[in-house]
Design a protein around this ligand. Structure first.
Ligand code: COA
Length: 188
């Protein structure tokens, strides 16, 4: 069966799907969406206000959070920050993502980054920074498969961990994953 994956913004009609998604993390011992699950309306509000600089404290960077859906089932989430500040330059970069625990190791992490790069290009960025913990092998592979070019490794004092930094150049449309026909996917 061909699956058509799309990136969407979360709306109230997907509340049931979101609770199912959040439960997947909770059942696996990850508390990533616990607050959002328990305060869904506030979470929707936060997603909305987070898109505009004027809604945020000065140190916050605006961005958009997408959810990757297969029909009404949410498979993962990806956050795209519109620009960097000093902290994000070091750790965080433009993009962060996660795939629901029960659906990992099936190529969805690679796909969700591929899909968001199309949005990033639409927004007019020519290059993005993306980082991951140096021991996060899965995330590293996802970045590399989407055309990531290793920049360097930095040590983060607060968390005492090494973070690898990559850039993805978007001007030439030559990202490996963007040209790949290995996944049936579309984004709206
Ligand atoms: C990291 C994460 C997004 C990977 O998602 P995923 O859907 O499993 O990724 P994919 O299936 O596309 O895997 C991509 C590659 O990484 C490999 N991989 C994935 N998880 C791995 C792991 N835990 N250990 C080793 N390799 C792994 C896959 O085998 C695949 O490699 P291949 O293409 O060479 O076969 C997912 O584990 C997750 O949500 N983790 C928690 C949040 C997180 O770490 N986000 C990244 C922050 S930068």
């Amino acid at each position: 069966m061909i699956k058509i994956m799309r990136l969407i913004e979360l709306k109230s009609d997907l509340k049931e799907a979101f609770l199912d998604f959040a439960n997947d993390y909770e059942n696996s011992g990850e508390n990533r969406y616990l607050t959002a699950k328990n305060h869904f309306d506030e979470f929707l509000e936060k997603l909305s206000t987070g898109k505009k600089k004027e809604n945020l404290p000065p140190e916050f960077v605006p961005g958009i959070q997408y959810f990757m859906v297969d029909g009404k089932r949410i498979l993962g989430s990806i956050r795209f920050r519109f620009y960097l500040n000093n902290n994000l330059e070091k750790e965080g970069g433009h993009i962060g993502y996660d795939i629901r625990p029960s659906e990992r190791r099936r190529g969805y992490g690679t796909l969700i980054l591929k899909l968001v790069l199309e949005k990033v290009i639409e927004k007019g960025l020519k290059e993005i920074l993306i980082t991951c913990d140096s021991d996060n092998i899965g995330s590293k592979r996802i970045i590399e498969k989407n055309g990531g070019i290793f920049i360097d490794e930095v040590f983060i004092d607060i968390s005492k961990k090494n973070v690898s930094r990559f850039k993805i150049i978007l001007t030439s449309n030559k990202n490996t994953a963007l040209n790949s026909d290995s996944a049936n996917a579309t984004s709206e």
